[in-house]
Ligand binder design. Structure first.
Ligand SMILES: Nc1ncnc2c1ncn2[C@@H]1O[C@H](COP(=O)(O)OP(=O)(O)OP(=O)(O)O)[C@@H](O)[C@H]1O
Ligand SMILES: [Mg+2]
Length: 459
């Protein structure tokens, strides 16, 4: 650390041995930089990983690995590195090329040491600022994350608090919501936040199994219990002992199995199929369904006692179209995830493309969005951002008019204001506080204008 508490900046100098080079190195050391001087590009290339310099001063004309190649390698390691390339008056064109490739500066020899100092100072503090901003951004994003869930809408912030609260207890939780909304992620988050987190989280999809199999999957079976049962097998209740059992699609359970499940949940006791010995486990139950169990109870297709037993605490997961404010964050998370997985360097999604995605209804919710982004990344460009043209045609077509298209030349400003307010309110699901912030007006102005344009009943 230097006297003003900033870490000492490390400069890698790759210049041939000469009097001016020695002068430069001595000058930088005297100015308080930590200098590593190597005489050849090849050596610079070999040590760049281990030394992780903040700045690089290299010769454009190095015979083995020239400055441009070294610059490329250095920027792959540290995209904000302060790279200064050095050359003679004949190399100005190469110098321009270097700047285009991301060099911070190009200096013509003989070097002006004071200038070098200014460039280094500026480049290194820029680099540190970028680092701090992305750190802050990361910390801000963390606030909106819980396990595998990334959501910033106020509805999801409330679900986060419900998860935290319910995780402290052993109460059964029933998670309801449309397909693909993230019910499975909520179940995992509850387990992760609970004291059982070190113990197993066991899932069973009750909908995907034929009637005869569900019971043996849940409770296990003894050897010879049925044709094909050559050995005894543990069921999910056994496997989840001391942990959490997640019953997905619990609305699809046949009536006969519902009784047995109820007993298992109430007492933790059950028998394996074909067995008579009663086993006892300590299991926390979380269930999820996209069906309306209340209606099923009324129609007699679902046992009321099981329903109330599962629904000690209820968490309702909203469809994505009701919390569109989450779309930009989810798009960002998925774009980066699939970029990494596919080895491409996408920076994000163009604003117009994001507009289309925010306007679409997403009947398949987060799962549909995730699959859509994966397809776009696989089929799209290898770098830069995803554009409207990369979005599958059926989504582009079905997205209701994107705001821009609602404005016609010659439209009155008042009318435009009305449309802007109306459309913004729709996008944020009528969360006025958020709409006001997006529109850049105060909450009371929003109320007044809504009334003025007849967007809400006058009170
Ligand atoms: N907030 C989120 N952040 C990141 N990924 C998410 C989020 N919500 C859901 N996902 C991902 O979206 C997909 C669908 O989520 P999940 O399987 O939890 O939905 P579901 O409600 O259980 O759907 P179904 O009823 O069809 O089982 C999963 O791949 C999940 O990892
Ligand atoms: Mg699921």
């Amino acid at each position: 650390m230097s006297a003003d508490n900033k870490p000492v900046a490390r400069v890698l100098v790759v210049l041939p041995e000469s009097a001016p080079t020695k002068e430069l190195v001595a000058f930088l050391e005297h100015q308080g930089f930590e200098v590593m001087w190597v005489r050849e590009g090849q050596i610079g290339y070999e040590i760049i990983d281990s030394e992780a310099p903040d700045a690089l001063i290299a010769d454009l004309r190095d015979s083995r690995i020239d400055g441009l190649r070294l610059l490329q390698v250095a920027r792959q390691r540290n995209s904000e590195i302060c790279a200064i390339l050095v050359g003679g008056p004949a190399e100005i064109e190469l110098g321009v090329e270097a700047m285009r490739m991301g060099a911070y500066d190009f200096q013509v020899q003989p070097l002006n040491l004071a200038k070098i100092r200014v460039v280094l100072d500026r480049g290194i503090s820029h680099q540190r600022l970028v680092g701090e901003v992305s750190n802050l951004q990361r910390r801000l994003d963390e606030r909106y994350r819980m396990g595998g869930i990334a959501r910033r809408s106020s509805r999801w912030q409330r679900i986060y608090s419900q998860i935290e609260q319910v995780a402290k207890s052993k109460a059964s939780v029933l998670i309801t919501g449309e397909t693909g909304t993230g019910k499975g992620e909520v179940a995992k988050a509850i387990h992760q936040q609970s004291r059982r987190r070190e113990n197993p989280f066991v899932e069973i999809n009750c909908g995907a199994l034929p009637e005869g199999i569900v019971e043996s999957e849940l409770f296990g079976h003894e050897k010879g219990a049925f044709t094909g049962a050559a050995t005894a097998r543990k069921g999910r209740f056994d496997l989840a002992d001391q942990g959490t059992l997640f019953l997905d699609e619990v609305g699809d359970l046949p009536l006969a199995t519902q009784v047995k499940l109820l007993r298992g949940i109430q007492s933790g006791e059950f028998e394996r199929v074909g067995g008579s010995q009663t086993r006892k486990v300590d299991v926390r139950i979380i269930a999820a369904t996209n069906r309306n169990l209340e209606e099923m109870v009324e129609q007699g297709t679902y046992r009321a006692d099981l329903f109330y037993r599962l629904k000690v605490v209820a968490i309702e997961v909203p469809p994505l179209r009701e919390c569109r404010e989450d779309i930009p964050m989810l798009v960002d998370v998925f774009t980066h995830q699939f970029s990494r997985e596919n080895g491409v360097q996408l920076t994000g999604v163009a604003p117009e493309a994001l507009d289309v995605m925010m306007a679409y209804e997403w009947p398949g919710n987060v799962r549909e969005l995730k699959n859509c982004i994966e397809g776009m990344v696989v089929m799209g460009p290898r770098q830069g951002s995803l554009k409207v043209g990369d979005i599958p045609r059926h989504i582009r077509k079905k997205a209701p008019e994107v705001s821009g298209l609602l404005f016609r030349p010659g439209m009155s400003l008042e009318e435009m204001e009305k449309v802007a307010i109306e459309e913004t309110l729709k996008v944020v699901n009528h969360d006025r506080r958020q709409a006001a912030r997006l529109l850049g007006i105060g909450l009371s102005t929003l109320y007044r204008k809504e009334k003025q344009y007849g967007l809400r009943p006058a009170d």
